[in-house]
Design a protein around this ligand. Structure first.
Ligand SMILES: NC(=O)c1ccc[n+]([C@@H]2O[C@H](COP(=O)([O-])OP(=O)(O)OC[C@H]3O[C@@H](n4cnc5c(N)ncnc54)[C@H](OP(=O)(O)O)[C@@H]3O)[C@@H](O)[C@H]2O)c1
Length: 329
């Protein structure tokens, strides 16, 4: 059946400015790292993407290697673009990245100009796009001069293959250096994509301050700790969960008793707030103005709907924040 987007799609979502740029991003964005590969059921992927766009999620985050197999999440998204979303292209912010292993030999990994530029060409082909909205260096490369990686980002913007550029998992020092080089080249660093959740707070040790000072946005990935910060694992490891599937990045031994004790306490507090734990975990990130968007994953429309409801209960009392700190510190 032909798809027509919900005319009310912009009513429930909140949009935040990305650093000191002109670009607004939805408070909740959708990532296609898992659940959108060629090992997954296309019809489910399609329903999730449709529901996301209908709910005002304008931003979809990809990377060259998302799948599995690597590249297949971009192919899935490309298929969705051609069947459903083509007419909405100007309402979408589509990002992709290169930086992790993608193809054999010396040119398919890390941060050389050779890798970044050829990988983007491949991504554009897989998605059937002329340009992406944001192109990221997926991780810092200790062996490539930062100038080379940043010049490659600047170049794709000048070629019209990306509108904005970003970096992911760079330390505060690396972020300052990257932003400085990009600034000199005339292509500002739009956004940083770090891992950030109640169970992983490394960004609070300098990165968020650096981003604020430099006027760079922040989009937090794995906000639910890949599903650990939900009720998913409270009764063991379900077969159809990320930790239970052979293709999931989350390993069963990462779902530790120690984490589950914390998760159980957080779950009770979330219940007191009349929220699911997933919702509380997302709201907790959005309470900081420096967080532009929370980049969730979802394996079903039900999970996505649950996460979207976060927007109805974003506030925390001082007492709740203190109790959360006590649980997670
Ligand atoms: N830049 C980077 O290096 C990097 C690295 C990782 C991720 N990312 C980006 O961040 C995105 C999100 O990462 P992520 O998938 O790890 O995020 P996440 O939101 O922490 O985890 C998503 C998983 O949590 C579970 N879940 C979601 N909502 C739920 C709910 N309401 N109740 C119960 N379980 C729920 C699902 O697991 P089940 O599958 O078990 O149902 C889902 O697949 C990625 O898609 C990617 O775009 C970037």
């Amino acid at each position: 059946m032909n798809y027509t987007a919900d005319p009310q799609r912009y009513e429930a979502m909140k949009y935040n400015r990305t650093g000191r740029s002109g670009l607004l991003l939805p408070a909740i964005s959708l990532g296609l790292w898992h659940n959108f590969g060629d090992v997954d059921v296309y019809d489910n992927a399609k329903k999730i993407i449709r529901r996301a766009f209908d709910a005002g999620i304008t931003h979809f985050d990809l990377a060259n290697n998302y799948g599995p197999s690597p590249g297949s999440a971009e192919e899935t998204f490309g298929k969705m673009l051609s069947s459903d979303l083509k007419t909405y292209r100007d309402e979408l912010v589509i990002s992709t990245k290169a930086g992790y292993y993608m193809w054999p030999g010396p040119y398919g990994d890390f941060g050389s100009r050779k890798y970044l530029i050829s990988s983007l060409d491949q991504s554009l082909k897989r998605m059937g796009l002329d340009y992406v909205d944001i192109y990221y260096s997926h991780r810092p490369d200790p062996h490539t001069p930062m100038e080379e990686t940043m010049m490659a980002l600047d170049q794709v913007v000048r070629q019209g293959k990306a509108l904005y550029v970003g970096i992911s998992s760079y330390s505060p020092e690396q972020t300052s250096q990257a932003a400085d080089i990009l600034g000199q080249l005339g292509t500002p660093c739009l956004i940083h994509q770090p891992r950030y959740s109640m169970l992983d707070r490394w960004v609070e040790n300098g990165l968020l301050d650096t981003l604020e000072t430099l006027g760079i946005g922040c989009i937090a990935f794995s906000p639910l700790a890949q599903g650990v910060l939900t009720d998913r694992y409270l009764q063991g490891i379900p077969k159809d969960s990320r930790a239970g599937k052979p293709t999931g990045f989350l390993q069963p031994d990462q779902v530790t008793q120690e984490k589950l004790e914390i998760v159980n306490k957080l779950n009770s507090l979330a219940k007191e707030r009349g929220q699911s734990l997933a919702q509380m975990a997302i709201a907790w990130l959005l309470k900081d103005d420096r967080v532009t968007s929370v980049l969730i994953g979802a394996s079903s429309v039900e999970q996505l709907n649950n996460n979207l409801e976060t927007l109805n209960n974003l506030g925390f009392s001082d007492d709740e924040l203190r109790r959360i700190d006590e649980i997670i510190r």
